[in-house]
Ligand binder design. Structure first.
Ligand code: IVH
Length: 678
């Protein structure tokens, strides 16, 4: 855990970070960090919240299961909550869990050991034996309605197929995992590569991406499977006393139930099952990331119950990340869209964590120095069942004699300009905005998912368009000469039509997407959303002073300065002019035309207000340019106290001499920016 002098600021930073990665993982299916790094962020946040309960917020990622549903699909209220599982990461912890449980319950315990499928959790609903709905887990209470998409998964029965024509239950909810077989994933990525499309990071992301399609025909074209592992709810069916019986029933009704599931009587044998599958996980044609151990007896399960997040009768044993040694052939530097120079390792390809790894990021100069990896070293590469492979460090005993330390190149590999590291910064940058690598990467980034999402404008196509002089900067995308594109190899009438449609559709993306797409240094999706929400129009952001930008909640001085510098640059202004002329949307969600009466102020709301909810009051503050933090500090302008206010906040305000105001005073403050206490 990183020690931070200001836990409130660190908690806020962590929350923003976790939310960013939640969106990347759950909604864009394009994770940017490994599961292990993500877990470390959440753990650090949980530790801060535990030490400082006043910093815990109801919406904190530590209180959630999975992600909030996206806007792409209709929301579905789960009949009963789809819970998560508690994890253990070592066999010792697994045994300790088992022993605790055996002490707690009466009688012998049988365990059902199941493979932990690395796919997408899906709840299936059957009424009178007929498939009626499928939903993702979402945040556990509300999921996304993916009925049409899941209906295309051949393995999922449309009707229950019960023996001897038995009457089906009036209602049956089955839970399980949709997954993409590894072989299908490899084939899909081969096809994507041939078509110049985006590659999926791993089978889980490919499966999730295939399910999350507006057009179910795309889902149908992907090979997906399903393993059922749990009955959620049942009305009017047989009565079971064991989980293993429910699995037999599901199998009999036509659901795919994993054949490797075993009922095991002792913890020693559970241990052996886990160890065996850790060794043999790659013998399967689907990805698993652990073993789920469940108590078989349903009466014992009822005795054990659940915590607020997970049942006590089951545990997930997560396999440790896999590690392999390989040769580090070279360390090269790649230039990103905003000029950041990132060192990465070119490796002798090695199969680790379910895929072949030939490259791994080394993040920045300090990371290379801290790990002391050198070209020619044998290095340990680690990859959990997720995306980003990591170089752990060198195997010093295998280091050839006289291997020189690696030093960061002084010049950009693309334009030959200087690479500059500002004092105190961790990143090194190519500062030549005309650098060819940067220009290409900016256009690639602009078109990418999470930015303007222009399908068909991937890496290869962008390079081709650059080579042919069809684009010079992102502003040119909207004026591409399609007749010239038609003449290029690989571009038929259909693909040109699709590309034109995708470019046109991208004009309607949100202001936050546009801000991300412009690749302004330091501006990620959280900062972009904060700016879009608070200022509401690109022109307001362009015209804002550094101070005004820094006053936006969620925008610090670094981002503020970077945004200001970016828009002050005449080259970027010229790009904006092209975007404006093309009719690209420049307005944010609910673009507030409200006077910014609270700019620079920080107002804390506590207790129940009469005329609006606390959330609405906080929105009103933000819409007028103010900040609405969850805690009182000496920077607080005023505390609005409703019915039953938080005593800690009131006491702290009184101690610090911060005015405590009524709802009437608050309304006056919103309207005029004047602080009165009546
Ligand atoms: S049982 C209340 N069984 O792992 C218990 N989950 O980390 C419900 N998963 O949300 C889950 N394989 O998406 C269960 N054999 C299995 C599983 C499994 C994969 C997933 C599932 C769950 C997550 C928890």
């Amino acid at each position: 855990m990183t020690c931070s002098p200001d836990p409130a600021a660190r908690a806020e930073e962590l929350r923003a970070n976790v939310e960013h990665h939640d969106i990347a993982y759950h909604q864009l299916d394009a994770p940017e960090i490994s599961d292990a790094d993500y877990d470390a962020l959440v753990r650090e946040l949980a530790a801060i919240e535990e030490a400082h309960p006043d910093l815990a917020t109801p919406g904190s990622p530590t209180q959630r299961v999975g992600a909030a549903p996206s806007a792409l699909f209709a929301p579905v209220q789960h009949r009963s909550r789809m819970m998560s599982l508690d994890n253990v990461t070592s066999l010792e912890e697994l045994l300790a869990w088992g022993k605790r449980m055996e002490r707690f319950i009466s009688g012998d315990v049988d365990y059902v050991c199941e493979l932990k499928i690395d796919g997408v959790a899906i709840s299936l609903l059957y009424e009178d034996g007929r498939y009626v709905r499928a939903a993702t887990r979402g945040d556990g209470r509300t999921g996304e309605d993916v009925t049409a998409n899941v209906a295309t998964v051949a393995a999922i029965p449309q009707r229950l197929d019960l023996e001897d024509g038995a009457t089906p239950p009036s209602l049956l909810e089955v839970r399980g995992e949709v997954y993409m077989p590894t072989s299908a994933f490899e084939e899909l990525n081969r096809r994507q590569a041939d078509a110049g499309g985006r590659l999926f990071a791993n089978p889980r992301n490919a499966g999730a991406g295939s399910l999350r399609q507006k057009d179910a025909r795309i889902t149908a074209s992907r090979q997906l499977g399903y393993w059922a592992y749990q009955i959620g709810e049942m009305e009017g069916g047989p009565v079971f006393s064991r989980h293993s019986e429910t699995l037999d029933y599901l199998r009999g009704a036509g659901f795919p139930v994993n054949p490797e599931i075993a009922v095991i009587a002792t913890l020693d044998d559970v241990h052996a099952f886990c160890g065996r599958w850790e060794q043999h996980r790659h013998d399967l044609d689907y990805e698993i990331d652990g073993v789920v151990v469940k108590v078989d007896d349903l009466a014992q399960r009822a005795e054990l119950g659940a915590t607020s997040k997970a049942p006590r009768w089951a545990i997930a044993y997560k396999f440790p990340p896999e590690e392999r040694a390989t040769l580090l052939k070279q360390i090269t530097v790649s230039i990103g869209p905003s000029g950041r120079a990132t060192p990465f390792a070119v490796l002798e390809p090695v199969f680790v964590g379910g895929s072949t790894v030939g490259m791994a990021t080394l993040h920045n100069e300090d990371q290379v120095a801290a790990k002391d990896v050198r070209e020619g070293d044998t290095v340990i590469v680690r990859k959990a069942g997720d995306v980003i492979p990591e170089v752990v460090g060198p195997v010093l005993s295998l280091r050839p004699e006289g291997l020189p330390e690696w030093s960061f190149p002084a010049t950009c590999p693309s334009c030959g300009g200087p690479l500059v590291r500002a004092p105190g910064a961790s990143d090194t940058n190519c500062t030549n905005v005309e650098c060819p690598a940067q220009r290409v990467r900016r256009v690639e980034h602009f078109a990418s998912r999470g930015a303007m999402d222009i399908e068909g404008l991937g890496e290869r196509t962008v390079r081709l368009f650059f080579d042919r002089g069809l684009v010079q900067d992102v502003g040119d995308i909207y004026a591409i000469d399609l007749d010239r594109v038609r003449g290029l190899e690989g571009f038929g009438e259909i693909s040109v039509g699709n590309l034109a449609g995708a470019i046109e559709a991208s004009k309607q993306r949100s202001l936050a997407n546009l801000l991300v797409a412009l690749a302004i240094p330091h501006v990620g999706s959280t900062g972009a959303q904060a700016l879009a929400r608070s200022l509401g129009h690109l022109d307001r952001i362009v015209g804002a002073t550094v101070e005004e930008l820094a006053a936006v909640e969620g925008v610090g001085p670094t981002i503020a300065k970077s945004v200001h510098d970016f828009f002050a640059n005449p080259r970027n202004q010229a790009v904006l002019d092209k975007l404006r002329a093309a009719g690209v949307n420049l307005e944010g969600p609910g673009a507030p035309d409200l006077p910014q009466t609270l700019a620079g102020m920080s107002v804390v709301v506590t207790g129940t207000l009469e005329r609006c909810s606390r959330e609405a009051a906080e929105e009103a503050i933000k819409a007028r340019g103010g900040k609405a933090p969850g805690s009182v500090s000496k920077k607080t302008t005023a505390v609005v106290a409703g019915e039953a206010p938080g005593q800690a906040k009131v006491t702290k305000a009184a101690d610090l001499g911060v005015p405590i105001i009524t709802e009437d005073d608050f309304e006056h403050l919103l309207e005029t920016g004047e602080l009165t206490t009546r």
